[in-house]
Design a protein around this ligand. Structure first.
Ligand code: NAI
Length: 210
């Protein structure tokens, strides 16, 4: 399959293509040339052609790209034609914000449960998703297919929970805790550090002032 040989740099850019194409679809745009797409996305047309050629192109000389087709194909490459069961560990500010955001579901990421240690939170529900006792986590994971666990709990608890989840069969970790997790190779981890992006912003503001 072509996915295997695609560089991670290209894969990193695909969600952005997907987002732009989704906007075009919403605006009922049927086709777009790489030049037009490049103007919208502020990347070169040759970059777009190169990226999309990784998957056999999808474009036709003189016609450009069929927006819906390209959107669907990129969705398939990203695995967005599937559904993922997601659980959230830590139902505080961030965990609740994630559960409150409806658009993950539209992309096929279904938040099934939140887990927490705080008795004041256990038994509540966020947008219809129950907050369960962390003591029920093992049983839940062993009896329900969990594709992705989001870690939104304190940093000093994240590594242990991650390794427990992995030992119970979870292969996808969406880590928000500010630590770098070391997990077996067959486990996929995506770490999100908002503060890293703020630090980069602070650097570029500083550069501009100097
Ligand atoms: P919070 O304090 O509002 O929520 C943390 C929740 O985790 C609490 O409800 C607490 O009861 C629960 N918890 C504690 N120990 C637990 C355990 N062993 N098992 C299950 N739940 C447990 O904190 P907030 O603001 O939601 O942040 C959560 C985590 O996300 C922190 O590690 C924080 O540093 C990180 N964070 C990361 C960001 C990022 O950009 N990656 C942005 C904001 C926060």
């Amino acid at each position: 399959m072509y996915e295997k040989s695609i560089s991670s740099a290209v894969i990193k850019r695909l969600p952005r293509y997907y987002r732009y194409l989704g906007d075009l679809l919403e605006n009922e745009v049927v086709r777009i040339s790489s030049k037009e797409l490049s103007e919208k996305m502020q990347v070169t047309a040759s970059q777009i052609r190169q990226d999309l050629n990784n998957f056999g192109g999808f474009g036709q000389q003189g016609y450009g790209y069929n927006v819906e087709y390209l959107y669907n194909e990129i969705g398939k490459i990203l695995g967005l034609d599937k559904q993922y069961n997601v659980i959230v560990i830590g139902a505080g500010n961030l965990g609740q914000a994630i559960a409150n955001y409806p658009d993950f579901e539209k992309r096929g990421f279904i938040i099934r449960k939140l887990f927490d240690v705080n008795p004041r939170l256990i038994g509540m529900s966020i947008r219809g998703v129950d907050i369960c006792d962390i003591d029920e986590l093992e049983e839940y994971v062993k009896h329900n297919k969990v594709h992705i666990a989001a870690l939104t709990l304190p940093k000093n608890k994240a590594a242990q929970i991650a390794s427990d989840l992995v030992s119970w069969g979870v292969k996808g970790i969406w880590n928000f805790a500010p630590i770098d997790l070391r997990l077996p190779k067959d486990v996929r981890v995506e770490t999100v550090h908002l503060s890293d992006t703020l630090m980069r912003l602070s650097y570029s503001l500083k550069e501009m002032e100097e």
